[in-house]
Design a binder for this molecule. Structure first.
Ligand code: R7I
Ligand code: MG
Ligand code: MG
Ligand code: MG
Length: 356
């Protein structure tokens, strides 16, 4: 499989998760039978169905992709301007409820300091929403040869809207997951090892990010910060993957989450990708593992567009364009645009000078 196929798969996967998951955002859970029916109808060429528009997840992914392409790397002010322009052109794409204030601040200051408005969010704490993670896949593609640059750019692009540690760390984790998928041969995937590698990387990042008090505590302790650790959440992912079947929905909701916060959605998206390598009870998918992943992600309910977009970006990078069902793609808005972002990212990534 070529890298180009994986780039295209990742951009299409993210788009499809967003478009097909969008109608269910906020539902408590979505019955798998209902979803079997939904996917069957979508695949039926005779059925005329309402078009599935993309939401903020894709609107922001577009800005990240085009900014990286046109600048041959990361340019904070340019990216902030694109986010702002995109938002005011189409504010009704389902954006998070607080992020509007960031775009107002950016517009009013002409993006002079592109990080300043985000720092004011939530009484100066910054947002820990999943908005920086949901749009990060182009960073993983652009920096597919350079992990340090991927981490740096994932962090900095987050801080334009999400300066809370959990906001940008979630984006870093999602970026690392897409990169890992890009570099894993389908026959070589070991879901536990995939998770262990991410755990090791997040431990490092969390250690570096911890304030002094936390560093003194040591990583084996039960200090409160550990309950908000991505590495810890990924341990839960691993324990779920080691069971013969996914745990009951309440356990997935309680221990991983399906929330608009990055902490309670990014590990969940990674879990959806890894769990859907095997058949899942109640999910019909014509043996297409990509479709199974999107189906499973939506079935969890909550932040369905975002969790499906994030797991779709990972699954698409892993399986490549060829595994993404055309019958489903034809319902999604902006497929041609997503393909062009992938193609340009592929070209730009080969001669990019990275570093944020
Ligand atoms: O993170 P963000 O861009 O929203 C993305 C979500 C995705 O599901 C999209 O599909 C879209 O529907 O929205 O936007 P923010 O407004 O920054 O964060 C989203 C929400 O997370 C906020 O509206 C809050 O409900 C919550 N949140 C916080 N709550 C308390 N304290 C984020 N940060 C905080 C916080 O610090
Ligand atoms: Mg959305
Ligand atoms: Mg929404
Ligand atoms: Mg969402």
């Amino acid at each position: 499989m070529t890298m180009l196929s994986r780039f295209r798969g990742s951009m299409l996967g993210s788009l499809m998760g967003d478009c097909l998951g969008g109608p269910f955002e906020g539902d408590a859970v979505v019955s798998r039978t209902h979803l079997n029916n939904y996917f069957q109808q979508l695949r039926d060429p005779k059925k005329r169905l309402p078009f599935k528009p993309y939401t903020d997840d894709t609107a922001m992914t577009k800005s990240v992709a085009l900014s990286l392409i046109d600048n041959k790397g990361y340019n904070a002010q340019d990216m902030a301007k694109r986010f702002t322009k995109e938002y005011f052109a189409e504010p009704k794409r389902g954006y998070g409820s607080a992020v509007h204030d960031v775009f107002m601040g950016l517009r009013n200051s002409n993006c002079e300091d592109p990080y300043r408005p985000a720092q004011r969010q939530f009484q100066g704490m910054g947002s820990y929403g999943n908005g920086a993670a949901m749009r990060v896949a182009p960073v993983a593609l652009m920096a597919h040869n350079d992990e340090a640059a991927a981490i740096e750019i994932a962090t900095m692009q987050s801080k334009i809207t999400h300066s809370h540690k959990l906001g940008y760390q979630g984006a870093v984790l999602q970026c690392l997951a897409v990169r890992a998928a890009l570099h894993t041969q389908p026959d070589d995937l070991n879901v536990v090892k995939f998770t262990d590698d991410l755990i090791a990387k997040m431990r490092e990042i969390e250690k570096k990010d911890a304030d002094t008090v936390v560093e003194d505590v040591g990583e084996e302790s039960d200090a409160p910060w550990n309950t908000t650790s991505y590495a810890r959440r990924l341990e839960t992912v691993k324990s779920f993957l080691q069971k013969p079947e996914p745990p009951p929905m309440e356990e997935i909701h309680g221990l991983l989450g399906v929330h608009v916060s990055a902490l309670k959605s990014v590990p969940t998206a990674i879990y959806c990708f890894l769990a859907s390598q095997k058949s899942l009870p109640g999910i019909e998918c014509n043996n297409n593992k990509f479709q199974r992943c999107i189906h499973f992600a939506i079935s969890l309910g909550g932040d369905t567009d975002t969790i499906a977009a994030m797991s779709g970006a990972i699954a698409g990078a892993f399986f490549g364009e060829e595994h993404i069902p055309q019958e489903l793609l034809r319902h999604c808005e902006a497929v041609k645009n997503a393909l062009s972002w992938a193609d340009k990212l592929c070209e730009a990534s080969s001669n990019a000078k990275l570093g944020a």
